[in-house]
Ligand binder design. Structure first.
Ligand code: GDP
Ligand code: MG
Length: 151
């Protein structure tokens, strides 16, 4: 089982899309193991978006991500890192496939509603960056047997 980090960005919070997006994660069959609101510090954003530091749009991305608290989510599932990227759609919402979260609800590159880890290696760094171990839960999700039916 993999775990991946998801952030519902300030545009999702402001546009009342938090429930819609969490509902999509649940309906997909993903197991929620961590969930909270949090404000992102400048230092945390420098770390989280280190690949963008130095880009001309980085200050704008940073201030956008600090406009409201974000919803941090950790989900668990078999090969869930790639599955969640597919649910989110590509970075530029205007080019995102209809049916994906960005493709369905967004029109912007920056305000694209959701962050999700881009690989298992990234997820292994990002989950502990946003969640302390005591904020992540292990429990028996009785539907998992039906969701996966062994593979
Ligand atoms: P992601 O993994 O799909 O979220 O995309 P990246 O890791 O490449 O970029 C992180 C976030 O920075 C994106 O989700 C956007 O919110 C923002 N971003 C990326 N590229 C641009 C850009 O060209 N302009 C602006 N304003 N924001 C961008
Ligand atoms: Mg990324």
């Amino acid at each position: 089982m993999e775990r991946t980090l998801i952030l519902l960005k300030p545009d999702a919070v402001q546009r009342d899309l938090v429930g819609e997006i969490i509902s999509r994660l649940e309906r997909k069959g993903l197991k929620l193991v961590g969930l909270k609101l949090m404000s992102l510090s400048s230092e945390l954003l420098d770390e989280h978006y280190s690949h963008l530091v130095g880009r001309s749009f980085f200050p704008e991305v940073k201030s956008f991500m600090q406009r409201t608290p974000v919803v941090a989510i950790c989900v668990e599932g078999y090969k869930c890192v790639d599955a969640v990227r597919l649910l989110a759609g590509v970075t530029n919402s205007r080019e995102a496939t209809p049916g994906t979260i960005r493709g369905e609800f967004a029109m912007s590159v920056q305000a694209n509603l959701i962050h999700c880890s881009d690989s298992l290696e990234t997820a292994l760094v990002e989950v502990p960056r946003f969640f302390k171990s005591e904020e992540l839960f292990e429990y028996n999700d009785t539907l998992q047997d039906y969701v996966y039916n062994s593979s």
